[in-house]
Design a protein around this ligand. Structure first.
Ligand SMILES: O=C(COP(=O)(O)O)NO
Length: 249
């Protein structure tokens, strides 16, 4: 069964009502045919309005969620609230959450489990730093991050998870991974999933690439056997995101 190509747009802490409305209108006008899964993640403030405005075959994602469903956790939002807002997806474990807000492997795993238990679909992010790549421990780092998630969820949960490999050294730098670099890690992760979870999960799970993806470099990356899509940052705020959303795998 071929894996449906997946294109995510992570707006991060960018945009305004007006600029995000323009992005949504561009997607609505693009006549996307639904052959790819397309998901956009605006800042939390705009989730409800974007979910209501999207007419195209595009779904909406939150950029993070907490490890609890309610309580005295000022500034956080819960999986229940994301679901209540009619938002089906959530990005968890993004490298910026890990580095700037100290989301540990265990915290990310707890978040994934609670989000899945709440009925959300998850884009689970992993990726190594430049220093870790230069030390030759890329595989160990990515497998360690994925192991924390695998240990927290049942095999059945993987049907609602997309794994996003986002090398930290490629995020926001313009230094996109080469097709060979990305394919090598994606293949390694798929082999790891086959052994750790099951061959069926390994075959079915979309492993998408993120890190300086643009309309220019995406067609080449999309040709790789184990690259099942993208998680786009900066370019998701630009009209070229529509082109990336249309990628023919
Ligand atoms: O963080 C990223 C990628 O960001 P860029 O495309 O801007 O490198 N996706 O979640």
């Amino acid at each position: 069964m071929p894996r449906k190509f997946f294109v995510g747009g992570n707006f991060k802490m960018n945009g305004s009502q007006a600029s995000i409305k323009t992005i949504v209108e561009g997607l609505n006008d693009a006549k996307l045919d639904g052959s790819n899964d397309v998901v956009i993640a605006p800042p939390a403030l705009y989730l409800i309005s974007v979910a209501a405005a999207v007419k195209a075959p595009v779904e909406v994602a939150a950029q993070n969620a907490y490890i609890k469903q309610s309580g005295a956790f000022t500034g956080e939002i819960s999986p229940e609230q994301i679901k209540d807002a009619g938002v089906p997806w959530v990005i968890l474990g993004h490298s910026e959450r890990r580095s700037l807000f100290h989301d540990s492997d265990e915290a990310v795993a707890q978040k994934v489990k609670l989000a899945i238990d709440t009925g959300l679909k998850v884009i689970a992010c992993i990726g190594e730093t430049l220093e870790e790549r230069e030390q030759g421990i890329t595989s160990q780092v990515n497998q360690r991050q994925l192991e924390a998630i695998a240990a927290a969820i049942p095999e059945a949960a993987w049907k609602d998870i997309v794994v996003a490999y986002e090398p930290v050294w490629a995020i926001g730098t313009g230094k996109v991974a080469t097709v060979e670099q990305a394919q090598e890690v994606h293949a390694d992760l798929r082999q790891w999933l086959a052994k750790r979870v099951s061959p069926a999960v390994a075959e079915a799970t979309r492993i998408i690439y993120g890190g300086s993806v643009t309309a220019k470099n995406s067609p080449e990356l999309a040709k790789a056997a184990d690259i099942d899509g993208f998680l786009v940052g900066g370019a998701s705020l630009k009209p070229e995101f529509v082109e990336i959303a249309r990628t023919k795998a």
